[in-house]
Write a protein that binds this ligand. Structure first.
Ligand code: B12
Ligand code: SF4
Length: 449
């Protein structure tokens, strides 16, 4: 069979450039590619990098869908369906919102593909494709989690291809996160450490990005894992939850194994906001302590914030900016609160009539799609845009310079060439290639390729 796997084009936020849309390939699709590439012909197309070819003769199309690309995915599906080619949809948005999405596709896959994809292809071959396939969280074992088909990546299209997922799901279930949806409620699984180490060896780069929701979901596993990383002599970064601050030994081992920076969902420095979203691991009184524990080990922080929570009024932007600058946070990812369909938050907002926009292409955390409680939608939108500019003003970039000199190059490269002057860097990427620019940045930052 010829299987075509498609990643639909994402819509850029005002601050985005091609550096974001062509940052990395879809590990979800590459994972399902690897499950069957020995038996079938796989074509992987990322619409962010090149237009979709609708004319090729294929037997089935698989599309990976996050909420923001759902409308585009439906358009793509229609074109293939018009040629009588069956289209199967999977990914986070399908998993969180199966009831609403099922009607647009020939079949949907709820949850992780490792327990659905073989059946889908089998049934198609037998001519009895079902409408819904669902993972069974009780049956998923670590060794079932597949490596992505790294061999299918066209590296020249991406800034980074050195990405690895070591787990599925997250043990926490914050109200606004897709992990609070029904199908993910009981899902958290770590891969076998040996399998992950094999992926690192296969990728053969000295800098790796672990893109899990939470690398410390099971701290015992993480401790074992980072110890196994040490002999590889790599540099790495990952996302972790804020309770890392209570694990000094793990932090020490993480640093010793090459950890350079950690992405952490601080979400809000506003007590009235953070206490209402089931973010049980975030304690406001521990934020400064956590930052200090991480910084004193020479690890940088990418702090993620969400604006528009119920405790927020328009003063939240100034107070958050001050906290970020005072704490020398190296990078910030900010979001407008977005009720992803299927999450606890979405159900609550729907019941209380607070959703004002159902155009999912706007659900990329850069648009206000709900009625905020303590400010207007316009104040929230403008505050979100302004805080980005303020964080990445030259003055504040200088003020936030890390104490650890070893971090200065990656810090300035990221803040100046990715965040502040991303448009210029994107232009350079278009001329000399994303892969080359990514390599130069890695070399300058970590003296690795
Ligand atoms: C890496 C990443 C990115 C990267 C790369 C994205 C890419 N091209 O894949 C970058 C930085 C570019 C990015 C951008 C954005 N991201 Co992002 N990202 C992630 C992250 C951290 C990992 C994704 C991943 O590779 N996971 C590992 C793979 C193996 O898992 P998976 O994709 O879920 O795939 C499995 C199943 O879903 C299923 N499956 C997936 N596709 C298909 C298809 C078929 C046919 C089948 C059968 C099964 C199947 O099987 C797979 C194997 O188990 C996730 C969080 C997460 N842990 O998933 C957020 C996440 C996907 N991003 C999210 C968001 C909001 C965004 C942005 C809108 C952010 C922004 N404000 O700009 C943009 C745009 C997203 C887009 N349209 O692609 C949300 C999506 C929420 C939602 N409800 O849809 C997530 C879930 C983060 C979160 N917790 O909120 N992102
Ligand atoms: S800790 Fe992060 S990934 Fe885990 S449920 Fe909360 S927001 Fe989602």
């Amino acid at each position: 069979m010829i299987i075509k796997l498609i990643q639909p084009k994402m819509r850029k936020r005002p601050m985005d450039t091609g550096l974001k849309t062509q940052m990395s390939p879809s590990l979800g699709l590459l994972t399902i590619a690897n499950m069957l590439q020995d038996k079938h012909t796989i074509i992987y197309e990322n619409e962010n990098a090149a237009p979709i070819n609708y004319d090729e003769k294929v037997d089935i199309v698989g599309i990976s869908i996050t909420v923001d690309v759902f409308p585009r995915a439906v358009e793509i599906a229609k074109k293939f369906q018009a040629k009588n080619i069956p289209v199967v949809a999977g990914g986070i948005h399908i998993t969180a919102n199966p009831e609403e999405t099922v009607k647009y596709f020939d079949a949907i896959s709820i949850g992780i593909a490792e327990t659905t994809w073989y059946d889908i292809i089998d049934d198609l071959e037998k001519g009895c494709l079902k409408k819904i396939y669902k993972h069974n969280t009780e049956k998923i074992t670590p060794s079932q989690i597949k490596s992505p088909a790294y061999n299918l990546i066209k590296e020249k299209n991406y800034l980074y291809s050195n990405i690895i997922s070591t787990s599925r799901g997250c043990p926490f279930k914050c109200d606004f996160c897709y992990n609070s949806c029904d199908a993910y409620k009981n899902l958290y699984v770590n891969r076998n450490i040996d399998d992950v180490i094999n992926d690192i060896k296969l990728i053969n780069k000295k800098h790796i990005m672990f893109i899990d929701d939470n690398l410390i979901g099971n701290p015992k596993w993480t401790m074992e894992f980072v110890k196994a990383l040490k002999p590889l002599n790599i540099k790495w970064n990952a996302a972790v939850s804020l309770n890392i601050a209570d694990m000094p030994e793990l932090l020490d081992e993480m640093k010793a194994s090459g950890c350079q920076s950690l992405f952490i969902g601080f979400e809000s420095i506003n007590k009235g906001s953070i206490s209402n979203v089931n973010k049980i691991q975030n304690h406001l009184e521990k934020y400064n302590f956590a930052v200090n524990e991480i910084h004193k080990r020479g690890i940088m922080i990418n702090a993620s914030f969400v604006f528009g929570l119920d405790g927020d009024d328009k003063s939240v932007f100034e107070t958050t900016l001050k906290w970020i600058v005072d704490n020398k946070i190296e990078t910030v990812t900010s979001h407008i609160l977005t009720p992803y369909p299927g999450t606890h938050l979405y159900k609550e907002f729907l019941e209380t009539g607070r959703i004002i926009d159902f155009d999912y292409s706007k659900y990329n955390t850069a648009n206000v799609v709900f009625k905020p409680k303590n400010m207007t939608a316009e104040e929230l939108q403008q505050g979100y845009l302004k805080i980005y500019k303020d964080i990445y003003s030259l003055k504040n970039i200088i003020k936030r310079t890390p104490k650890a000199k070893s971090q200065w190059i990656p810090y300035y490269l990221f803040n100046i060439f990715y965040r502040k002057y991303g448009k210029f860097t994107d232009l350079v990427c278009r001329i000399i290639g994303y892969k080359r620019v990514g390599r130069i940045a890695a070399f300058l930052s970590y003296h690795t390729k």
